[in-house]
Design a protein around this ligand. Structure first.
Ligand code: G1P
Length: 275
């Protein structure tokens, strides 16, 4: 049994880059081939031994709750047909996971969305998945890799990858000292720096393990970039005490928050599924 039992999914954002598709549908429900983005994230958490799924939603996000629930009418309709197996993956999730939800009423940044989730998490270390970062691995999933690392380091961990220098403005960027292969002790982190201000080209992607005290730290972090509560700034306070690890994960990430990344992920997945 993993020491990390809960995974938080901030899922309140509007997904404006996908309008009009996201006008009345959550961006987390956009499918890569036939499976919604958020389901890939939940499966990754489940593979890491996590069974408590906490989702921070917002207005217009009810489809997420319905997705992880029984649909009696539909299931009755397809019972006994060859369509039944298409629902096997959501059935497996419902058998193994417990879901809880709360709403972020105002959009005040990722740090704030995570803080809203405190009521679902309580006081224990937990994972965070941003579902629009869709990750593909050959062996262990990214969260499984990170949970293993947590057992050793027992502090907050951010997944990182190298990005082109002119793209640092889209990410939280770290600066750190190499501890082991692919593992950095983070010294400094900056939210969405311009290329000339970026301390490196190691960008944070949407997988985190956060230590139990993170909610208190977020509460004590002043608003940052765009006047929002940034998780990067809260982690920076932990990093100053040597309590953040940056982990260059094994695998490939698609930025499904952008149309280009989403199409790339769709093509890649479709091609690998059709052999
Ligand atoms: C958020 C974080 C950023 C991180 C990114 C990963 O930004 O604020 O630090 O690098 O997720 O996807 P967003 O993509 O929500 O603007």
């Amino acid at each position: 049994m993993s020491v990390i039992k809960k995974c938080l999914f901030p899922a309140a954002g509007y997904g404006t880059r996908f309008l009009p598709a996201t006008k009345s549908m959550p961006k987390e429900m956009l499918p890569i081939v036939t499976k919604p983005l958020i389901q890939y994230g939940v499966e990754e958490a489940m593979d890491a031994g996590i069974s408590e799924i906490a989702i921070v939603t917002g207005r217009g996000k009810r489809a997420i709750e319905d997705h992880f629930d029984i649909s009696y009418e539909l299931e009755h309709q397809i019972a006994g047909s060859d369509k039944e197996e298409l629902l096997q993956s959501t059935r497996d999730i419902m058998e193994r996971c417990i879901f809880s939800y709360t709403r972020q009423v105002e959009m005040k940044g990722l740090g704030h969305a995570i803080l809203v989730g405190e009521t679902l998490i309580g006081r224990e270390p937990f994972a965070v998945v941003l579902a629009d970062d869709y990750c593909i691995t050959e062996g262990d999933g990214v969260l499984t890799q990170m949970v293993k690392l947590y057992e050793k380091y027992q502090c907050s961990i951010v997944a990182i990858e190298e990005v082109p220098e002119d793209e640092t403005y889209r990410y939280g960027v770290i600066e750190g000292d190499l501890e082991e292969d692919n593992i950095y002790r983070v010294r400094n982190m900056v939210e969405k720096p311009a290329p000339e201000d970026a301390p490196s080209n190691l960008a944070i992607i949407g997988r985190y393990i956060l230590s139990a005290d993170i909610f208190d730290v977020i509460r004590n972090t002043p608003p940052g970039k765009n006047g929002e509560m940034q998780i990067t700034d809260a982690l920076q306070l932990q990093a100053q005490q040597g309590k953040v690890i940056g982990y260059r994960f094994t695998g490939r990430r698609f930025d499904c928050g952008s149309v280009d990344g989403f199409i790339e992920a769709t093509n890649f997945t479709y091609q690998s599924q059709s052999g």
